[in-house]
Write a protein that binds this ligand. Structure first.
Ligand code: AHZ
Length: 312
């Protein structure tokens, strides 16, 4: 410390600091007292490993035969999973998501802004869905607003993951489709071919990394618009001649695009329902940009259609 002559005013400041530090120490002491007997239960590292791997491999074993596979856990896929798992607790539903973090494009609104906007509609379906999953919203004239897209996605995700009949395999990609021909020679879906996404990304520089499979009579594909991973199933259906041609997503027309996606959600090939922005790639309809009602409601419709197919 530097000695300053006539430093009288410094003394009270120092005294105050000492008193404040003492008060702080007292608080820490209180906290320390509360935690002084704290200790985690003893564990061996291999126990942690076995706790994870036995569960994961049991899930893989159980879900190798699923009732419905949902490809892509964006706003459309998660909405479909929620409605389907709730309506049919007897069905085994596997969700395959290529990314480590599920949610697709629904963690933020447009241009990385926070709010999620949905349009109101004739049947107020967006409002009903948000109320059903417990997400609060503000009401404006023609639209409603969830204060943060992450609130919608995290709430929906937490509900989906709590259903006992749902398993999310994230960091896992669908690499191909399993197909069968019926007695009339018509193609139908019989499941999906999967791999760890990190493996999927390295087929060009590593050889012989065969995939895994999941059999299921119904697939709901919601892999989003074209991009590094998007529009997966519809592109594969075109390449195997099961769907005529890729429409290709058109320019943005929010007003038109949203109705088209909700109304157009359908079984495009027996056993394959397409929803969300993947459908814009299939049909050549417009993109809608930063608005999300049609994604959630396309998921709701995909779940209804899956129930109808399974009940047939
Ligand atoms: O990682 C992808 C994302 O989470 C996942 N996915 C894609 N290909 C996959 C594959 N296997 C497994 N082969 C795969 N998972 O699918 C998810 C798609 O989510 P998304 O949010 O992109 O699609 P969505 O249709 O639910 O919502 C799209 C929302 C819109 S509209 C729009 C525009 O008009 O510009 N842009 C977006 C993002």
């Amino acid at each position: 410390p530097t000695f300053v002559e006539n430093a009288a005013p410094v003394v009270p400041v120092v005294t105050k600091a000492v008193n404040a530090a003492a008060a702080c120490l007292d608080t820490k002491t209180e906290s320390a007292k509360k935690w002084e007997n704290f200790s985690f239960a003893s564990i061996r590292e291999s126990t942690v490993s076995r706790a994870m791997t036995t569960r994961y491999f049991k899930d893989m074993y159980d879900y190798a035969e699923s009732d419905v596979v949902i490809v892509g856990a964006g706003s459309c896929g998660l909405s479909a999973a929620y409605k389907l798992a709730k309506a049919r607790p007897d069905l085994k539903i596997a969700i395959i998501e290529a990314m480590v973090s599920p949610g697709g494009g629904a963690w933020l609104g447009g241009q990385l802004f926070s709010a999620m906007v949905m349009r109101t509609s004739t049947n107020k379906a967006a409002e009903s869905f948000l109320e059903e999953i417990g997400v609060p919203y503000e009401t404006e004239d023609q639209y409603i607003v969830v204060k943060h897209a992450a609130l919608f996605t995290s709430t929906l995700l937490s509900k989906v993951l709590q259903f006992p009949n749902v398993k999310l395999f994230n960091a896992t990609s669908v690499e191909d489709l399993i197909t069968r021909k019926d007695e009339n020679g018509n193609l139908r879906m019989a499941g999906v071919v999967t791999n760890w996404t990190l493996v999927t990304m390295h087929h060009d520089d590593q050889s012989c990394m065969d995939p895994n499979t999941i059999n299921a009579p119904v697939i709901i594909s919601t892999t989003g618009h074209d991009g590094p991973t998007g529009a997966f199933s519809i592109k594969r259906l075109v390449s195997i001649g099961a769907y005529e041609k890729l429409g290709g997503m058109r320019g943005l027309d929010m007003k038109m695009a949203e109705d088209q996606i909700v109304k157009g959600t359908r079984e495009v090939v027996p056993g394959m329902i397409i929803g969300g922005m993947e459908l814009a790639e299939a049909d050549g309809s417009c993109r809608m940009g930063p608005i999300f009602g049609s994604m959630a409601l396309s998921g709701v419709r995909a779940a209804e259609i899956a129930c109808e197919i399974i009940e047939e």
